[in-house]
Design a binder for this molecule. Structure first.
Ligand code: SF4
Ligand code: SF4
Length: 224
């Protein structure tokens, strides 16, 4: 979700690349699960997050919805899935009784990123540290690549950029489309990128499958 905030107010004022060291290491969170609670609908999932969960815990999109682990909401004009906070505990449904993430290996991209954020520029994005978000004050320095723990990080960054650019194109298109066509676009994107299971066995396979779907969707809606 886009946020219109002054970077100086929420960060140390610096932008980082994945090879940079940044004070993000909250040392395995040690007894804190603050950012897995009370997050409302803000932990929005992208297609790769759903593929990761499908592969990691063997639950597809429909099962995640039916079991109340995720829900659908509007974000920047599109219908997108997000982690659904459990009503009783106001916590992520994947947070276990010991306050640990039960899907750590396949956790969503936003969870991997936290307390970092992405700052989008004309031809890419860089990272920033959200200085007011993490409760741990004595965070250590860590290389961003290591913090994210994603093997083919360049491939992942390209994927994130493509998805972000596509959502921007959708947002622009929504302004000109009729009500009926807005609905068609929203539902088609939901179906092709989330509801239809990915067959990929690994990260690179996912990128190929995603790109093929992207090409198809862009052609259908006349996006460049
Ligand atoms: S998926 Fe894991 S890290 Fe992310 S909010 Fe849930 S419990 Fe926390
Ligand atoms: S607030 Fe910081 S230490 Fe606490 S769970 Fe989140 S990232 Fe970990």
């Amino acid at each position: 979700m886009k946020r219109n905030v002054d970077l100086k107010e929420i960060s140390d004022g610096r932008l980082y690349s994945f090879g940079d060291m940044v004070r993000a290491d909250c040392r395995d969170c040690e007894g804190c699960s603050e950012c897995c609670r009370g997050m409302g609908s803000s932990i929005i999932l992208d297609p790769m997050d759903v593929w990761r969960l499908q592969k990691g815990i063997k639950k597809g999109f429909q099962a995640l919805l039916e079991e109340g682990k995720i829900e659908l909401n509007m974000a920047d004009g599109m219908i997108l899935p997000n982690l659904k906070m459990d009503a009783e505990r106001e916590a992520c449904p994947f947070l276990d009784g010991q306050g640990r993430c039960s899907v750590h290996d396949c956790r969503p991209g936003l969870c991997r990123l936290f307390p970092l954020g992405r700052y989008y520029e004309e031809n890419g994005f860089r990272y920033f540290i959200q200085i007011h978000e993490c409760r741990k004050q004595d965070r250590g320095k860590i290389k961003i690549k290591k913090w994210l723990g994603i093997p083919n990080l360049k491939g992942y960054e390209n994927y994130i950029l493509e998805w972000h650019g596509f959502l921007n194109q959708c947002e622009d298109a929504l302004e000109t489309l009729s009500e009926e066509n807005v609905r068609i676009l929203e539902l088609y994107v939901l179906r092709r990128f989330f509801e239809t299971a990915y067959m990929a066995a690994d990260e690179n396979g996912f990128y190929e499958e995603f790109s093929a779907r992207m090409e198809e969707v862009k052609e259908k809606f006349g996006f460049k």
